[in-house]
Design a protein around this ligand. Structure first.
Ligand code: G6P
Ligand code: MG
Length: 211
């Protein structure tokens, strides 16, 4: 039925969503701003500056562009420290089987992450060569929930968006898939990922034939 499957990275392929959470939490707290898991759900899938804007909007003080860049840079340095120790053992359960299943079905495999650290993470996990196309986040003007990144992945793979299945853990990511005209598999909770066509609790439950 599908010609390609396009995966998100953070929170789908590996648990870097948790590292982003830890790094943003420390940053928010250093600015005296509230931060918890529920608020973090809104940040998942949103690019670095977009996430920072959402965090700073929780307070009343205004920040200059220079201050914002310094804060984003501090968060990224902490994040890069956290991912430095990652190894191939950090690929989440079920992911390698899912990639093999898609490959065996003769479908294209894409990666759509707005993270500028995506290539580093793929290399640390040792799985870059399992993707036919990895979108370069530096070339994406509009972060998820905008559909640009999933549409770009489909174009790079040479397939029509309607022939693509997208896999995402984020509310913004599922919106990006749906607005690209694709079918969405959410990884997480159905109460959170309300726009997903299918929801699985983890990648260990990914079965291509179910969608
Ligand atoms: C992904 C993550 C977000 C992160 C964004 C940018 O979308 O889900 O949590 O903020 O990438 O990541 P970067 O590594 O470029 O700061
Ligand atoms: Mg994600």
């Amino acid at each position: 039925r599908y010609k390609a499957v396009i995966f998100d990275l953070d929170g789908v392929i590996t648990d870097t969503a948790h590292y982003h959470y830890l790094a943003w939490k420390r940053l928010a707290e250093s600015e005296g701003l509230p931060f918890d898991e529920a608020f973090n759900e809104h940040l998942k899938g949103v690019d670095r500056m977009g996430s920072l804007e959402l965090i700073l909007a929780q307070g009343s003080r205004s920040y200059s562009q220079e201050e914002k860049l310094a804060l984003a840079d501090a968060k990224n340095r902490h994040y890069v420290e956290l991912i430095a120790t990652m190894t191939p053992a950090d690929v989440l359960p079920g992911v390698l089987d899912a990639l093999a299943e898609v490959r065996a079905a003769g479908m294209g495999i894409g990666l759509a992450s707005v993270s500028k650290n995506a290539f580093t993470v793929l290399d640390k996990l040792g799985i870059r060569d399992r993707f036919d196309q990895v979108v370069d986040a530096a070339l994406i003007a509009n972060s998820k929930p905008h559909p640009e990144i999933f549409l770009t992945a489909a174009r790079q793979l040479g397939v029509d968006p309607k022939d693509c299945l997208g896999v995402e853990d984020a509310v913004a990511g599922v919106a990006s898939i749906k607005d690209a005209g694709m079918v969405a598999v959410g990884v997480g909770s159905p109460e959170v990922l309300t726009r997903a066509d299918y929801v699985i609790p983890s990648m260990a439950r990914f079965r291509l034939g179910d969608y």
